[in-house]
Design a protein around this ligand. Structure first.
Ligand code: SF4
Length: 187
């Protein structure tokens, strides 16, 4: 089990990489007065540079990919990604859509291919997950509650590999992505 760097307070940056908006509404539910995660020291911030954790919703669309990578790299170490919803965890129903790379699993494969080690990630499956699950994940980062379930991987042959997927992109899109990865600072 990966140990989570516990914090006394957590500043979070909300990043929608292509969500349908329902997971985002549940985040709003978690941070507004009914569930009120501010009482746990959780504060929403406007820049990933100020954040300890990213609340990621949605599958990662090709359009959003460079912006998602840039936002993740901008968070200071030790950074945490909280993948909220089935789309962020594994691509959900959009997994093999032409406009979508997939969930964080494919994003992390892509990052590793470019020499970037993925951050510690907490997975909250559900479509969308309940705000209570989001509150629980944030309380886990605070060190207030224990992890409930161990990560279990069901390995089946993916219908399409990340490399294959990138190969299917248009020449222009591939050129753009390569240009982007050449320009970013790899830590
Ligand atoms: S997991 Fe469900 S609710 Fe969340 S972005 Fe995907 S489709 Fe929407």
């Amino acid at each position: 089990m990966v140990s989570i760097p516990h914090r006394k307070s957590i500043w979070v940056f909300h990043l929608n990489s292509g969500a349908c908006n329902a997971c985002d509404i549940e985040i709003i539910d978690a941070i507004t007065p009914y569930h009120d995660v501010e009482r746990l020291g959780v504060k929403l911030v406007g820049s990933p540079r100020h954040a300890d954790a990213i609340l990621l919703t949605g599958p990662i669309t090709i359009e959003a990919l460079p912006k998602v990578v840039r936002a993740i790299l901008a968070v200071p170490e030790p950074k945490i990604v909280i993948a909220i919803g089935s789309c962020a965890c594994g691509g959900g129903i959009w997994r093999d859509s032409y406009a979508v790379l997939g969930g964080v699993d494919r994003l992390y494969t892509y990052l590793r291919e470019h020499g970037i080690e993925p951050p510690i990630t907490i997975y909250i499956p559900g479509c969308p997950p309940k705000p209570e699950a989001i509150v629980y994940a944030l309380a886990m980062v605070r060190g207030l509650v224990e992890q409930k379930q161990k990560k279990i991987e069901y390995i089946e042959k993916p219908s399409i590999e990340v490399v294959e997927y990138i190969e299917k992109l248009s020449k222009e899109a591939k050129k753009d992505l390569e240009k982007f990865f050449k320009g970013i600072e790899v830590r």
